[in-house]
Design a protein around this ligand. Sequence first.
Ligand code: PAP
Length: 330
Amino acid sequence: METSKMPPITEENLQELLLTLPSEKNIDGTNSLYLYQGAWIPGFNLRGVDSFQRRFIAQDTDIIVASMPKSGTTWLKALAFSVAERHIYGPRESPLLSTSPHELVRFFETDLYSKDQPPDLEQLPPPRIFGCHSHYANLPESIRDSKCKVVYICRNPLDQIVSFFQFAHKFKLDDGTSLLSLDECYENICRGVQSQGPFWDNVLGYWKASLERPDKVLFLKYEELKEDIVLNLKKLAEFLGLPFTDKEEEEGVIEEISRLCSFDNLRNLEVNKNGVRPLSGAPNSAFFRKGEVGDWANYLSPSMAEKFFNIVEEKLAGSGLSFKTSQESA
Ligand code: PAP
């Protein structure tokens, strides 16, 4: 179903469209970011974004895991999968033990809709679980209008950008191109320029939706999951309409899921140590680096942090959403 009044983006008209869009350098120094529908999108990803918006039809039972890149998506995919599929697979026989969370819960824009041929998702058994990095306002109408559930995770934006910077270095092809320096990335994020940014627009879209429709959008923070995973797993399960039973609580199912999905456990699984993402060629290990809160302080000066947090504070003013700014509480 065509949902946009614009013609679909094709291989033929893509270059023409790109010439009309504001552009900036992406973190990898080569592929450009383009400002499209209020979001900075890597050029190679625009067709996937457009195809997803036009073609995806949500079902009421769908679960959408949404985020800015490098905000805890891999973790939340593993958690959502484990909660939603726990009646089929207990934590000890979970497919997560041998499959990347990104294969079990695939991204719309970079996986499912990145090819010319749209995927046939109709036959997938419910609940279908997908990942996405798009702004809330740019989601297909059927996601916003159906009863499907959206779970969003955000993270201290300085940790997010340091994580992205390190990922780009790990994934860098040895082809002579140079990445942006951390200082250049920093200057960009202060202007909102980063993949799927501006940061404040990405988070605010989901934040506001979570306030207006708490049954539809659950807003989580990486730092809070780190602080109390059991509480947040309960919150997630209740939100998905699959609360843990007293018996499950007594049997320690919540703790088992939290252990299964923990950074140390997932990182040390063979698939995540030596596997590779099929489409992008990114090593699965690149999605597991440190998994810490406050790592930005090892890379950015206090004055850089202060300037950036002042910008973020101004952008989020009046929304009720805030991020802790000190190094200790990150
Ligand atoms: P994506 O958007 O490309 O899918 P995403 O999973 O959101 O990436 O972010 C990766 C970050 O989450 C990494 O953070 P770091 O660079 O600061 O270390 C990664 O280590 C962290 N991460 C991955 N899995 C987990 C987990 N199970 N628990 C906590 N953090 C995790």
